[in-house]
Ligand binder design. Sequence first.
Ligand SMILES: NC(=O)c1ccc[n+]([C@@H]2O[C@H](COP(=O)([O-])OP(=O)(O)OC[C@H]3O[C@@H](n4cnc5c(N)ncnc54)[C@H](O)[C@@H]3O)[C@@H](O)[C@H]2O)c1
Length: 701
Amino acid sequence: MGSVNPSIDLAHDGEIAVVTIDNPPVNALKHEVRAGLIEAFQRVKNDAGVKAAVLACAGRTFSAGADISEFGKPRRSPGLIEVIETIESVGKPVVAALHGTPLGGGFELALGCHYRVAAPGTRVGLPEIKLGLLPGAGGTQRLPRLIGPERALQLIVSGNPTPVEELAQDGVVDAIVPGDLRQEAIAFARKVLSERRPLTRVRDREDRLSAARADAGAFTRAADASTKRARGLRAVPACVESVRNSFEKPFDEGQARELALFMELLTSEESRAQRHIFFAEREAQKVPDMPAGSKPRDIRRGGVIGAGTMGGGIAMNFANAGVSVTLVETAPDALDRGLATIRKNYANTVSRGGLSQEEMDRRVGLITGTTDFNALADADFIIEAVFEEMGLKKRVFAELDRIAKPGAILATNTSTLDVNEIAATTKRPQDVLGTHFFSPANVMKLLEIVRGEKTAFDALATAIALGRRMAKVPVVVGVCYGFVGNRMLHLRSVEAERLILEGALPQDVDAALTEFGFPMGPFAMSDLAGIDVGWRIRKGRGERAEISDTLAEMGRFGQKTGSGYFRYEGGRTPVPDPEVEKIIIDASNRLGIQRRTIDSQEILERLIFPMINEGARILEEGIAYRPGDIDVVWVYGYGWPVWRGGPMFYADQVGLGYIGDRLAHYAARSGDKALEPAPLLARLAREGRGFAENKSEDKAA
Ligand SMILES: NC(=O)c1ccc[n+]([C@@H]2O[C@H](COP(=O)([O-])OP(=O)(O)OC[C@H]3O[C@@H](n4cnc5c(N)ncnc54)[C@H](O)[C@@H]3O)[C@@H](O)[C@H]2O)c1
């Protein structure tokens, strides 16, 4: 309990006042904190006995920013800008004492102080861009005054936290102080007083702006690069404009414009979508029926079976999380190939500057390759990534059941096989689950955790915890063919193939999706993944996909053979190919399909609405717990543009009534019953509601 209000304390150490924010867990700047800070600094100002002040935070971090649960609500005065103005005009030096992760509004608050000292390892940043916003409490105006506009723009559009050690030379912090932070900050304040340093506010500093004023070209070039990478993110050009104002306009004007831009973004669809994903990502880790207190099991050692495409990447994930891992293969040559690929991947990251050689060596050192299955006996979490064949997987799990220690988690990376059937080959189905990584497994963030019928809660909790340690985004899903992501993707692929047979070309189909905001369309994606993969699977099942299989039979497997749906002239850029056009037109003729012009609206609807429809079925069946889980799967696993919030969020924006009508229309025209509106979608559409408003109490039993 603070002396000013429950969140704010004001204490004194001689002539130094110490204002402490105490609002666990991260000292978010909720209304009570803001009001308490104004009150505390007014007292500091009016107390003649106080000569300087320290602003510190209790707990694990200096304020990590705004309380974003206040975002959708009416703004309550005082705002953060008023708090910062009060501190700046207190007439006495104020020293911010930073530790942990001062982010967003928290970092802006620190920039409003006259000095900043930080504990070693403190990381500062302005992550607003990740919510589709820009820093709205002077961050775009003050940071350029400390580190120059170009560097400030870089930090603001990356949104990533940066260690203060990298910024100390630029004056973001005045000192890095090992030892007791509060005492060091007080000592620093005393030093400022004894040296009679002038009381300079960051807003009045001009020296770092002069270079940009003299040559705005460098800033423009940096800005152009950022905007180009931004693909549809409105917040990026807003950041550019605002940072430019820092050297082109007086401070007050720049700050007023910054606030106006912030308010515009706050009410934009893009930011709403990004905030939805921010919350959905956190929510997705909660299993609704998991009893409180389900504790993850201890993971000291990992195991991976199969050192192929996926197994190698998964072993890297263990090493990246600092967990030593045993990688098992059938034969020494396959093992050597797998280990060599791992080393090559790490070496690439080192050469790009993403990892030090020392760190690479440490991680490679955590991976032990072997052809001896018994080496898995001491592993706590074993992930199987062998070929996608049920018989083989069953043999592997029976063997694991014999070897693995009691309580070890036995996971399969299968994309399509029934996890319950695999679990049933063991005497411990409670310890079996799916960990469905995405390719490349060491890069892609999404991790579908497949919950089997008998999977124990603490086994699930362990998989979620491990996923987070691996810096993945875990989403718990149920058992079905393709789980959430691939099951929906399948409908898109079917429709993409139909579209080209009916009259569109691969480049038209892909363009509809890239214009929507995907990094690539379905055909460029097939070329990247390899057209032969689906062809082999279909051959095994006696199925056929007209165009795709024709291309595969010609050896056009995609990027790896230099041609697929497109041609690749040495690079990765897909080039439309007249030969493919001819193959498609011939196929249409052969099948007696009258080709017609298909506009981009129809292409988009036919690619996306059936996926949404399948998402509705997935919800009805309880394969996903929440519409937001499906959105997270698509944003982190398939490149759905984050500023469109995922398929289910998007569906609610478009309106389920419209989507239902269009689906019914396409179903009637094609005769494909799978396109008929799913019962949940149809019901919500009738009721004029969206997926987000489908509360659990009125879900069908
Ligand atoms: N490739 C993808 O994009 C992707 C994505 C998600 C999931 N998956 C799934 O991951 C699994 C592995 O796929 P992949 O693409 O890495 O296959 P892959 O063919 O690249 O690798 C499989 C490896 O397993 C090894 N292996 C086979 N039997 C073994 C045994 N008994 N013991 C030890 N090692 C054995 C093989 O030698 C091979 O190196 C499959 O279930 C697949 O469906 C693949």
